[in-house]
Design a protein around this ligand. Structure first.
Ligand code: ADP
Ligand code: MG
Length: 385
């Protein structure tokens, strides 16, 4: 018996029916391109949410996390609705697993009551998608245990529906696609228009590199207006340019766009259009020259997010600039922006130097000490027992 199953039994009085896990993700490149029907290149990381679950013979759901001190949260299947979230009767982290149950029931899947214990080592609010790690672990468990037989693409859409319409976070399909469809040693090259996926080898180690994550501890939030206003600018840009989505604009059309769009909308559009091109180029470069050949693309992505999309923040800029000036071959903020984490592709021999320099620069600037750790591309969601 694992520690998790022992804890489950202590909390709920019987052994779980099984244990499932799903990873967080880091996005190598392709930011704010997902909802523009473009390309992204995330990978599943070696940090996961694990859930132990046991079916009940009534309509009750009981949820417990090893994190925090909320204790056991109870809910009734019949009481799951976006309205219950809006009026505050469903709150806290239970929104994520209950949102998945709700989305499955919307699809006609008969979900029974269950007890669930969550144990996750994906850092919260760091831009590594701890929320999707939970949702993907839960949907994998419920898909197995109900025999619903949903394909990965359906589970991606169900978790998106849970985040968008139940939790109330207007996120795309990138995070859950990486978590559900990721594979060890591979990045997930995802076309967000048709959900097609190509697994692309990403092997930093053989290029003598590590991918450092620098969690700035500035907590991002989709709830404030930044994310929504960027989405609105992108929709406006596409409409004014007469295309279904910004994915349909080529870099060569940016000169035209400059004459049609106001300055802010133009710069938002330029970020998305050039970022899509950078994702495609990164995939090409990884195949041709390996991880050592994508540094300048990461750098260009950061500059575009900082200057054109304006979603960086002083902590992210400092992390990126310091990592680069102390030996990283490329660095960028990752995730939705306004906080969260940066990534820095760093030669193994310079890892400590970069870590020390970033930590020192944060101290000097009076910022909260960052968390710095390495990640490698790991397997997607799976059943453990
Ligand atoms: P991100 O997904 O980028 O980490 P979000 O704000 O989308 O940030 O999700 C963070 C939320 O997920 C937390 O506020 C919390 O409700 C929930 N969460 C994540 N990990 C855990 C955990 N181990 N236990 C309980 N809740 C968690
Ligand atoms: Mg999230």
């Amino acid at each position: 018996m694992t520690e998790l199953t022992v804890r489950f039994e202590d909390a709920f009085g019987a052994a779980p029916d099984g244990v499932w896990q799903a990873p967080g993700r880091v996005n190598l490149i392709g930011e704010h391109t997902d909802y523009n029907e473009g390309f992204v290149l995330p990978f599943a990381i070696d940090k996961t949410a694990k859930v132990a679950l046991r079916i009940r013979h009534d309509s009750k759901v009981r949820l417990l996390s090893t994190f925090g001190d909320q204790g056991i949260v109870e809910a009734e299947l019949s009481g799951l609705s976006p309205e219950a979230v809006a009026d505050g009767s469903i709150k806290g982290w239970s929104k994520y697993p209950l949102g998945v149950v709700w989305a499955l029931r919307q699809r006609g899947v008969e979900v029974p009551g269950f007890d669930l214990l969550l144990d996750s080592d994906v850092p919260l609010g760091a831009g590594l998608s701890s929320s999707h790690a939970i949702e993907c672990a839960v949907i994998s468990a419920l898909n197995d245990i109900t025999g619903a037989g949903l394909a990965a693409e359906d589970m991606v859409l169900a978790t998106q529906q849970a985040e968008n319409n139940f939790v109330g976070a207007p996120t795309g399909i990138m995070d859950q696609s990486a978590s559900l469809r990721g594979s060890k040693g591979k990045a997930v090259f995802l076309d967000c228009r048709d959900q097609s996926v190509k697994l692309v080898p990403f092997d930093a180690e053989s290029a003598g590199l590590v991918l450092l994550v620098i969690d700035t501890k500035v907590s991002h939030s989709h709830a404030d207006g930044g994310y929504a206003s960027r989405r609105a600018s992108c929709e406006l840009g596409a409409r004014l340019m007469g295309v279904p989505a910004l994915r349909d604009l080529a870099v060569e059309q940016l000169d035209d766009a400059r004459t049609v769009l106001d300055d802010i909308t133009f710069r938002r559009v330029r970020h998305v259009v050039t970022e899509n091109a950078r994702v495609l180029e990164t995939v090409k470069q990884l195949a041709a020259g390996g991880a050592g050949s994508i540094g300048r693309l990461l750098d260009a992505s950061h500059t575009s997010m900082r200057d054109d999309f304006e979603i960086s923040c002083p902590e992210l800029d400092l992390a990126v600039d310091t990592a680069r000036s102390h030996g990283a071959i490329g660095a960028r903020m990752t995730g939705g922006g306004f906080g969260g984490s940066a990534i820095a592709l760093t030669p193994v021999g310079l890892e400590q130097q970069v870590r020390d320099a970033v930590a020192r620069s944060f101290l000097d600037a009076g910022f909260t000490a960052p968390d710095i750790f390495t990640v490698t591309p790991a397997a997607g969601a799976t059943r453990l027992s």
